[in-house]
Design a protein around this ligand. Sequence first.
Ligand SMILES: Nc1ncnc2c1ncn2[C@@H]1O[C@H](COP(=O)(O)OP(=O)(O)OP(=O)(O)O)[C@@H](O)[C@H]1O
Length: 249
Amino acid sequence: MAAEGEYLLELTDIEAGYGRAALVLRGLTVRVPPASVVCLVGPNGAGKSTVLKVASGMLTPRSGRITVCGRDVTRLGPQQMLRAGLSHVLQGHSVFKEMTVSENVLLGAYTIRDRAEIAERVDFVKTLFPVVAERWGALAGALSGGQQKQVEFARSLMVSPRVVLLDEPSMGLDPKATATVFEQVVRMRDAGTAVLLVEQNARRALETADLGCVLDLGRVHISGPAPDLLADPKLGELYLGSGTSTAGS
Ligand SMILES: Nc1ncnc2c1ncn2[C@@H]1O[C@H](COP(=O)(O)OP(=O)(O)OP(=O)(O)O)[C@@H](O)[C@H]1O
């Protein structure tokens, strides 16, 4: 675990909600160390997606502090959060099906002026996601759901983010595609981009993550190394559908 001040992303004592409605996040603190996958799990409505919206500037917190590499970014909007190093892959499918894979990926580079930098990033994402290289000229709509998700990942990495925010990347995918998507999450981390991940598939996500946070009613109920959370029988009963982990079996 990184020492204080060494986190890529820190959300501290965040209170946030929608319009005049009651608070959704009620004093939530989440930290993302370098080279890590941090996973948020918890029941429906706990506020997991709202954490990502706050981190990407889509929702301004009512109080609390957000820092990226120690720099205060609390009240920045989505474009500035992107420049600060936070890239958000939204829930559901956001590829433009009538556009090619290359056009979709290059949309992620719209803030970059330097052509050489764009070419370098294209090479990087093609290496990380072979299907993007193989289907570069194909219409995105011709790809499977899992392949389209990789196009979304590639697009999100074009700006060299410090942290990618992934909202339910396995949603709607079959088990094989889900396995591939989680492998790609690990590859992103290993290639130098930390990941803050929200998943309904809590057990699978914790098997992939380094650290986990269990959210309940807008607060972090418990957090720690993901293997410890998986091995906690009480958590298993409450949130993972069984008493013990099946990791590694
Ligand atoms: N755009 C919105 N406007 C008003 N309320 C919202 C909005 N988005 C979410 N909420 C409310 O905020 C609360 C938390 O929602 P959020 O989507 O963050 O939870 P979640 O933990 O991601 O849930 P799920 O697992 O069901 O996606 C819910 O009560 C939800 O109804």
